[in-house]
Design a binder for this molecule. Structure first.
Ligand code: NAI
Ligand code: MG
Length: 327
């Protein structure tokens, strides 16, 4: 079956790492039709719009989308793109790799972050010069949808259950509802859960990440805690993510446009390539995904490595080394 894959490199190193990921997917020799589209700062400079209508429509109709990063316009680009695929969960694996200097080499976590509401629902007001407010939105339906996904996810991963991170002791209504909805769904499905307050989680994950596996959390907590986990595993150049919806999904490295290194051909393409692995897995090609992951792992362990990992190789060297090791 042929799959249409939208490719939106965006700005900065998005223009460097996204083509590297596409080259790896092309090397799989599968029936993928790649369609390129523009978004971000540079297209806004030309046209006034950071996310052209045709890019939104392409993401809303393609089987899957591979996105790089956008600069100042990130919120104007990525939030609508997540909406275009009706994404209700952001899947963020954070694991350490042999050969990479990590603060906590035993880390192997996956965050399942609610992707539509919480404090990112956009209900903010400036009431007076002195007073600004934010309404935190939590719904039973979105919390249950996330929990249903989490139950399927732990079954696929061969895990017993998941950890629910929240702050229901303070946010009794919103996180109270989140906690109740998520744990009820898990109990109905026979999936074990434990609960950790989000502030305590931040400490515990730093001291002993090995005690956690799959972590289910509200939107803001998932954003912050997954970036914290990035710090435990050796940096942003390694972390892929998926924004999953009921019928399509968008894949992107967790990192941004890295203006400090953009244009020099030295960005680490691993996060983008691993996002490509999540994409092919989402489309049902588990073996191809495993092949990409083991090729990336072999290159991380044996080199070549980009400067962020202490090497002096370029993006293209890593791309070619990964392609050489694909089986
Ligand atoms: P960043 O992730 O772009 O960079 C942070 C640091 O990590 C920099 O020192 C950068 O060189 C390094 N880094 C990131 N990815 C790397 C890679 N693949 N290889 C080697 N080094 C890498 O975050 P920053 O600097 O906070 O943001 C820069 C721009 O990116 C901002 O305009 C921001 O709005 C945007 N951004 C966009 C995102 C998106 O489109 N999803 C996400 C995060 C930031
Ligand atoms: Mg973030």
């Amino acid at each position: 079956m042929s799959h249409e894959i939208a490719v939106i490199p965006g700005d900065g190193i998005g223009q460097e790492v996204t083509p590297a990921a596409v080259a790896v997917l092309e090397a799989l020799d599968m029936d993928f039709a790649f369609v390129d589209a523009e978004a971000g700062d540079s297209v806004r400079e030309e046209t006034g719009e950071a996310l052209p209508e045709e890019t939104y429509e392409l993401a809303a109709s393609a089987d899957a989308t591979l996105f790089g990063a956008a600069g100042e316009t990130a919120a104007d680009v990525i939030l609508p793109l997540r909406e275009a695929v009706d994404s209700f969960v952001n899947v963020r694996p954070a694991r350490a790799y042999p050969g990479v200097d990590a603060l906590r080499p035993e880390t192997d976590l996956v965050f399942l972050r609610e992707n539509t509401e919480g404090v990112y629902a956009g209900h903010e007001d400036r009431l007076t010069d002195d007073v600004a407010t934010l309404t935190r939105l939590v719904t039973d339906s979105a919390s249950r949808r996330l929990a249903e996904y989490a139950c399927g996810f732990v079954a696929d991963r061969g895990a017993d259950g998941f950890t629910v991170v929240h702050k229901a002791n303070v946010m009794r209504e919103t996180d109270g509802l989140f906690r109740e909805a998520v744990t009820n769904v898990a109990a109905q499905r026979g999936v074990e859960t434990d609960e950790v307050l989000m502030d305590a989680f931040a400490t515990r994950v730093c001291l002993d990440p090995g005690q956690f596996d799959v972590v289910v959390c509200p939107n803001l907590a998932g954003d912050v805690l997954s970036d914290l986990a990035a710090g435990l595993v050796g940096g942003l150049g390694l972390l892929p993510s998926a924004n999953v919806g009921p019928e399509r999904a968008l894949f992107e490295p967790v990192h941004g446009t890295a203006p400090d290194i953009a244009g020099r051909g030295v960005a680490n393409p691993s996060a983008a390539i691993l996002s490509g692995a999540m994409l092919v897995e989402y489309l049902g090609y588990d073996e191809a995904a495993a092949a990409i992951r083991s090729a990336v792992e072999a290159v991380l362990e044996g080199g070549p490595r980009t400067p962020d990992l202490g090497g002096d190789a370029g993006t293209a060297d890593v791309r070619e080394a990964v392609i050489d090791r694909l089986e």
